[in-house]
Ligand binder design. Structure first.
Ligand code: F6P
Length: 366
């Protein structure tokens, strides 16, 4: 079956990287070439590559061996908003420029008739706008944060949870040996999915997430009650977006060249200092950081990424543009790009994950 009039597609990865990107790229290329006889062009470094023409053919030979590899062979950036791209004018002055016409020209120049955009909410919003300008686009949802409402889960999340869980297992042994409280700060932006699921899998005693503002006295009461039971150590997982009741998230940096105006970070250190001061226990903190974004994707993420990549090409072939593939367990489905970026998915404080966690004694500081 040939793609509905489409003979050549482009693929790009945008925003922060995550495990499984290469598995999607591989599935897109293999499905497009082997199943539908299409040509594929790889666009380097996300939308920036589309502006500068960093575009080259991508063949099945180029994707050999990349299924288990972390990162993205195409490169990515979370700093290139093509509608306000920093552009040096003839006087050497840099100003924001709407690069849509340049992108349209490059798509035409390279004969790219449809585009597969693999990205999170920032890249998918760009994709939606380009789709409104007439570009034939299909989106694939990626992010370790798992904060896109239109899909049951994003690829990359499972691997990040596994990485954080492994870290918690390791922290348990050193916390126990030294009779300490260990505080692990994990990523997730404004959603607490990584903290919640890793905390559950890693047997944390306290989980702090943005969706449930915490009260330090409740956290300390939990730690002290463990001490009274003879458990002289505790494990605390803190999502980077967590905040105390009536307080605000800890921002490590304000940034003006990305989709997200702030970079979160520092709450783990604050929680550790507050626990040490309030409970008089030795406390250490660490930030897991970008380790969560690196490494080989889990089997779950490899499979999901492969299903997403194959489904994205099928949408192209069927001429169903302006859509994003998604998981509606047990099937791969698709949604309109508008719906894909409409709502952030956050943890339900009354949901069954939190219920299960509380049932096994995990404290959320509420
Ligand atoms: O969205 C993915 C994510 O890893 C977030 O969890 C984190 O807040 C952010 O990206 C970090 O971005 P950067 O790579 O720019 O530091």
């Amino acid at each position: 079956m040939m793609g509905k009039g489409v003979k050549r597609i482009g693929v790009l990865t945008g925003g922060g990287d995550c495990p499984g990107l290469n598995a999607v790229i591989r599935a897109v290329v293999k499905t497009a070439v082997n199943r539908y006889d299409l040509e594929v062009m790889g666009i380097n470094d996300g939308f920036e590559g589309l502006i500068h023409g960093w575009i080259k053919p991508l063949t099945p030979a180029d994707v050999v061996g990349i299924l288990p590899r972390g990162g993205t062979i195409l490169g990515t950036t979370n700093r290139a908003n093509p509608f306000q791209y920093p552009w040096k004018d003839e006087n050497g002055v840099t100003r924001p420029r709407d690069c849509t016409p340049i992108i349209l020209d490059n798509l035409a120049k390279y004969g790219i008739e449809a585009l597969v955009v693999i990205g999170g909410d920032g890249s998918l919003k760009v994709a939606r706008e380009l789709a409104q300008q007439g570009v034939k686009i299909v989106g694939v949802p990626k992010t370790i944060d798992n904060d896109l409402n239109a899909t049951d889960v994003t690829f990359g999340f499972d691997t990040a949870v596994n990485t954080a869980t492994e870290a918690l297992d390791k922290l348990h042994t050193t916390a126990e040996s030294h009779h300490r409280v260990m505080v692990l700060e994990v990523m997730g932006r404004y959603a607490g999915w990584i903290a919640l699921e890793a905390g559950l899998a890693g047997g944390a005693d306290v989980i702090l997430i943005p969706e449930i503002p915490y009260d330090l006295s409740k956290v300390c009461a939990k730690i002290m009650s463990r001490t009274e039971q003879g458990k002289k150590f505790s494990i605390v997982v803190v999502a980077e977006g967590a905040a105390p009741k009536g307080g605000s998230m800890v921002v490590s940096e304000y940034v003006n060249d990305t989709f997200d105006p702030v970079r979160l970070g520092g709450i783990g250190k604050k929680v550790a200092q507050d626990i040490a001061a309030e409970c008089a226990v030795e406390t250490r903190s660490l930030v897991l950081g970008h380790l969560q974004r690196g490494g080989s994707p889990s089997a779950f993420d490899r499979i999901l990424a492969t299903r997403f990549g194959a489904a994205a090409v099928k949408l192209v072939v069927e001429g169903r543009f302006g859509r994003m593939v998604c998981l509606r367990t047990p099937n791969i489905d698709s949604v309109d790009l508008d719906e894909a970026v409409r709502e952030m998915k956050r943890v339900d404080p009354e949901g069954d994950l939190v219920y299960a966690a509380k049932s096994v004694g995990i404290c959320f500081g509420d």
